[in-house]
Design a protein around this ligand. Structure first.
Ligand code: NAG
Ligand code: NAG
Ligand code: NAG
Length: 609
């Protein structure tokens, strides 16, 4: 034993020396190669003419590494000189590379682009690694006077722009990619940035690029297979294989569904003996939804001139649209001579993530032969995980169309949605893409693989549910409402330790939310629903894990104390109303009344005739 140890040490020492020697050799070799390449770029004119001469030079280059021991000193000196050079020399020389006229034509040319993108990549990596060290919302405005200058007449160096970005822009923005950002889903990931960069470069005309069609189709196929989308009913209630269509805004989905349903309804009318009768006007048709449906649905109904009837659900804490309430509305509408057109059922409604009574709605749809659309904006992505396929998943086969939105839980920040129906749905025969590109999602899915996307989705939902659960342990501070299994926490601030509070719970909730924002600790969103002011929290941070989530909970609990302290001291930050941009609506509807009527379109029809 005693003899083996020194021998081992000796062996290690020798191999270490060897390794170091080899590394030094490689380093020197690398430096020389870099510098010679650099020289080539330095003088492009010369390079292009001297290219034939290169082969003559290469033997020399090969010789150098052959005698590393002898020449290492010289090489070291040389490379040291050359290391210094790039720092001082190139900016001037690179500008000279292209004439002013060339730069006028193309300010960022090929070489500048390489330089810029390298800096951009570095910037993004640093941002993703470091942004969590900043407060989630800017604590105090960094003086931005510096960027208020005259419009630049000449091209600026990208380095200068990047400097302003880092010093002025980044400290002044709310970081959606931040562990304490809980306001809404805004799935950012490096893979998404790769995809969006490429799709930005390709530019596109969705309608004239056949490959886009193929990519859309393949994405729909992938997702329908990954989510186990079963057969779907046709308007005649025959099961058919689901056909996926990509949409670029939620409004377009609803418009397409409504138009499709109108088309089918009109066809049925033609076949019926009542075809002699006057065709129903668009405003005779009614779309039914819960009162926690998406705002774009309202826009779509305005656009298609049909009526939207929101079925009030506020008597139930779960906020689900019930069959009983729906039928009540339908009876009323029948008396008015209106025709039910579509029922929109929610799987994870816009604000409170409620699930409507889908099975009951299916029965109504069957009995009355009404188009049933399943809006799975929030929760549909959960179907990637077979364990998360609830009863609702088995009901897909009973609906006429269903849609999911990739940005809700995917590590994807675009707005693409997928609709499945038994027939392909169209928007005016033309696709509108609002600058989004299916190639971006296609790249993301390939870079991630379904398994990693599934993990990302599961993580958000599990951590969100756990966050919600942690808050239920503090009923003395928070009143939880609208429990759901979609990772969305909804609560009010109600500190029961404080006696004789004069302000009502709504005001306290709003003030508490303001305090969190002004203290830059956490970003939630605030919304009002049936007269209740509520705070909503989701887990959005892509790299979030259990301990990061727990930290948010303890930050929140600490904020309670600080908030009460500040209240006692009547600090300005407490009573101040927050800036409007911090009180966004998340997607729910601001209109709570259901008696939405369309301006009768008789006048419009007369005009057309
Ligand atoms: C911002 O900085 C400029 C100089 O850079 C200074 O003149 C100005 O007073 C500063 N503004 C504030 C609000 O500090
Ligand atoms: C919802 O409310 C807004 C503002 O009050 C109004 O402009 C809009 O027309 C309403 N939407 C519907 C569908 O009634
Ligand atoms: C959570 O992530 C942080 C930062 O990436 C890491 O330091 C920590 O160890 C992780 N915790 C758990 C429980 O995985």
């Amino acid at each position: 034993m005693g003899a083996e140890v020194p021998a081992l040490i000796a062996c290690l020492a020798i191999s270490l020396c060897f390794n170091i020697g080899f590394i030094v050799y490689l380093f020197v070799k690398h430096k020389t190669r870099n510098s010679s390449e650099y020289k080539k770029v330095e003088n492009p004119d010369v390079e292009s003419f001297q290219r034939p001469a290169n082969p003559q030079r290469s033997p020399e280059k090969e010789k150098e590494p052959k005698e590393p021991a002898l020449k290492s000193d010289i090489n070291e000196k040389r490379s040291a000189e050359q290391i210094l050079k790039p720092e001082h020399g190139p900016p001037v020389k690179e500008v000279q590379q292209r004439s002013d006229r060339q730069r006028l034509q193309e300010p960022v040319g090929r070489d500048e682009f390489v330089k810029c993108m390298n800096l951009v990549v570095q910037f993004i990596n640093e941002y993703f690694d470091e942004s969590h060290k900043q407060p989630v919302i800017p604590e105090h405005d960094v003086n931005s006077t510096r960027i208020h200058v005259k419009e630049p007449e000449k091209p600026e160096e990208f380095g200068e722009i990047l400097k302003d970005l880092k010093e002025i822009v980044v400290p002044n923005i709310c970081h959606t990619h931040h562990p304490r950002y809980h306001a809404k889903f805004a799935g950012k990931s490096l893979a998404d940035i790769v995809g969006s960069t490429i799709s930005a470069a390709l530019g596109h005309d969705v309608n004239s690029s056949p490959i886009i069609d193929s990519i859309e189709r393949i994405i729909c196929k992938w997702l329908s297979s990954a989510m186990g989308i079963p057969q779907i009913k046709s308007h005649l209630n025959e099961p058919r294989d689901p056909i996926g269509t990509l949409f670029y805004t939620p409004r377009d989905i609803y418009i397409a569904v409504i138009r499709h349903a109108i088309e089918k309804a009109e066809k049925t009318n033609e076949n019926s003996p009542k075809s002699e009768k006057e065709k129903p006007k668009f405003s005779d048709y009614v779309v039914y939804c819960s009162d926690d449906s998406q705002v774009p649905l309202e826009e779509a109904c305005h656009n298609t001139k049909v009526r939207l009837r929101k079925v009030i659900t506020y008597d139930k804490e779960s906020s689900a649209m019930t069959a009983a309430n729906l039928l009540k509305q339908m009876v009323k509408d029948k008396e008015r001579g209106l025709i039910p057109l579509v029922i929109i059922a929610n799987y994870g409604s816009a604000n409170v993530a409620a699930n409507d009574e889908i099975w009951e709605l299916v029965k109504i749809s069957r009995k009355k032969n009404i188009w049933l659309h399943l809006d799975a904006t929030y929760a549909g992505c959960q179907w990637l995980d077979t364990n998360s396929r609830s009863n609702v998943h088995s009901l897909i086969t009973e609906v006429h169309s269903v849609h999911i939105v990739c940005s809700s839980l995917f590590p994807y920040s675009g707005r693409i949605s997928v609709v499945w129906s038994c027939e392909k749905l169209d928007v005016d025969g033309n696709k509108i893409h609002y600058g989004e590109h299916p190639i971006r999602l296609w790249i993301l899915i390939r870079l991630y693989g379904v398994r990693s996307i599934r993990e990302a989705v599961k993580r958000k939902v599990i951590l969100g549910n756990a966050f919600s659960e942690r808050l239920t342990h503090h009923p003395e501070f928070f009143e939880m409402s609208h429990p759901n299994e979609h990772g969305i926490a909804v609560f009010q601030y109600n500190n029961k330790n404080v006696k004789d509070r004069k302000e009502d719970i709504n005001k306290m909730t709003s003030m508490f939310h303001n305090y969190l924002i002004l203290s830059s600790t956490l970003k939630f969103s605030l919304f009002s629903y049936h007269g209740k002011v509520l705070i909503k929290a989701v887990i959005n941070y892509g790299r979030c894990n259990l301990s990061i989530m727990e930290e948010s909970v303890s930050t929140l609990l600490n904020s309670v104390e600080e908030f009460e302290e500040a209240l006692k001291k009547k600090k300005k930050s407490v009573s101040e109303t927050p800036r409007a941009e911090f009180c966004e609506l998340i997607g729910g509807s601001p209109n709570e009344t259901t008696d939405v009527t369309q301006p009768d379109d008789i006048d419009e029809k007369k005009k057309k005739k």
